[in-house]
Write a protein of this length. Structure first.
Length: 495
């Protein structure tokens, strides 16, 4: 007997921050539409439940990293991974979204049928195979692989007789008390790890090939305390959201409008004021790239810089020559003895959680497709992929593209269309392509063959800063670049 196919209106893939926020926006803006959330893991939370490394935290203010519709009522702005997971769970519970989540439902494959005007999903439901169909899909599974990290060639790593740990899969039983640790990396993860490891480790060395920009930010604010004390929780959250959002937008807007205003010089000067006297800032805090080329790392109350003042902590700027049984030999000839090596070398970018997706039998190879307003792919009907910003606060960007995708859904309803397909004009195919994200971070640049392309023309633009997204969401021509298909297969192109 053939297995039954479960019919749905809309399916959201992923129950992390993006999935829950998308569900709430859909529930609020289009309450008549029914949706189901499929989550591959047995718990909510996404990134914040997956990662377990010491000191895990967000480096954006929770006033804007959190949801606009669910208040962050704590006095501190930088939340730990556990706090964020709890926050997401509470938000899902209060909004009623949790009841629409199916845990341990991992989507393995997806195929669009033009004849049926539906997506068919093959799902591993806690070991049982199930098949779902839906007219529209929101892919809210993030932009990196849960199963694979960015490949980093570290010669001799297999010869190391100590323990090797990657932050993405931190061993729960790893006891680093009194141990000599070398953390390879200079990004946000390393900046987060160092202060926590140094509290109990025998010695911690941060080994970086090139420096990053790091800003010290206060974890509490007198203004925030005043607002939270004198206003209701709901009103206070609304005021704090606008305060922090406008501050970030103003900073990004000025940086985009005046790139030569001396941002890099100002940030380097700021770092030098924070660095302990015995640390050579000209060597270890003198990035070669411009400040806006990559994400700026944040550390609450300067905890990273304070950690460098400890006797058991140091920073080394050099290149690995080889890993030996006892530690690491650098190109300079220096040897770093270690009991534990932590490879904080970056994420492996992967769209759609690695799901094998097809359109009428043809495999979707993401690198061959162009991104329509950074939320849909050309020639791929009825699927929106939801991502946030990687240069600034994720949730602001995620919320904007979700609203954009919902505008598309509303346009479909107005036109009584069963499908919508981004379609790029032939003359645009010869235009030089760009990365989806406007950044020069290594893990993004190295993933060019795993990301959709952009032309930076019309709706096929590169995602660079919030202002472009805001214009697209509220003022942009939602029909440009889209082909709507009627329920009877009659196609209408709107430009």
């Amino acid at each position: 007997m053939a297995a039954s196919i479960e019919q749905h209106d809309i399916i959201i893939i992923g129950a992390g921050l993006s999935g829950i926020n998308t569900a709430h926006t859909l529930q609020t803006e289009m309450g008549h539409r029914k949706f189901t959330i499929l989550e591959g893991r047995p718990v909510l939370g996404g990134t914040w439940n997956l990662f377990r490394y010491p000191g895990l935290r967000c480096d954006s203010s929770m006033n804007i990293y959190g949801f606009r519709w669910h208040p962050w009522s704590q006095s501190h702005m930088i939340a730990s991974g556990q706090e964020i997971t709890k926050y997401i769970e509470e938000a899902a519970e209060v909004s009623g979204i949790k009841d629409k989540v199916r845990l341990s439902h991992k989507v393995m494959a997806a195929e669009w049928s033009s004849e049926r005007q539906k997506w068919r999903l093959e799902v591993d439901a806690n070991g049982t195979h199930r098949t779902y169909e839906a007219n529209f899909i929101f892919a809210c599974s993030g932009y990196y692989s849960y199963d694979k990290a960015q490949e980093a060639v570290i010669p001799g790593l297999d010869d190391f007789q100590g323990k090797v740990a990657h932050p993405q899969w931190w061993p729960e039983d790893l006891d680093y008390s009194g141990k000599r640790i070398v953390v390879i990396g200079s990004g946000a993860t390393t900046i987060t790890l160092l202060p926590t490891l140094a509290k109990t480790a025998g010695h911690v060395t941060m080994l970086q090939r090139s420096p990053s920009y790091i800003i010290s930010i206060p974890n509490r604010s007198p203004i925030n305390d005043f607002i939270q004390r004198w206003f209701s929780v709901k009103t206070a959250h609304r005021l704090l959201w606008w305060k922090d959002a406008l501050y970030e937008l103003m900073f990004l807007g000025l940086a985009a409008a005046f790139p030569n205003l001396g941002w890099s010089k100002a940030l380097k000067s700021s770092m030098k004021k924070e660095v302990p006297d015995h640390v050579d800032a000209d060597v270890h805090f003198n990035p070669k790239h411009e400040a806006m080329d990559q994400r700026i790392c944040m550390c609450p109350d300067g905890d990273f810089f304070k950690t460098l003042s400890r006797d058991n902590c140091e920073i080394v700027t050099d290149v690995v020559d080889t890993v030996t049984k006892e530690g690491i030999t650098l190109k300079s000839g220096r040897k770093l003895e270690a009991d534990i090596i932590v490879t904080a070398t970056g994420l492996h970018i992967q769209y759609f959680a690695g799901i094998e997706a097809r359109v009428d039998g043809k495999l979707i190879n993401i690198r061959d497709h162009y991104a329509w307003r950074c939320c849909m792919l050309d020639s791929v009907p009825n699927m929106a992929y939801i991502t946030g910003y990687i240069q600034s606060t994720w949730t602001i960007g995620q919320s904007l593209v979700t609203r954009l995708a919902i505008r598309v859904l509303k346009a479909m309803e107005e036109k009584h269309a069963a499908s919508v397909t981004p379609t790029i004009e032939r003359h645009q195919l010869g235009i030089k392509s760009h990365l989806t994200f406007d950044t020069r971070a290594n893990y993004v640049v190295n993933a060019a063959d795993r990301m959709p392309k952009t032309t930076n023309e019309g709706p096929w633009y590169q995602r660079s800063h919030p202002f472009r997204d805001i214009v697209a969401v509220y003022l942009g021509n939602i029909n440009k670049g889209l082909v709507f298909g009627g329920v009877r297969g009659i196609k209408e192109k709107l430009v």
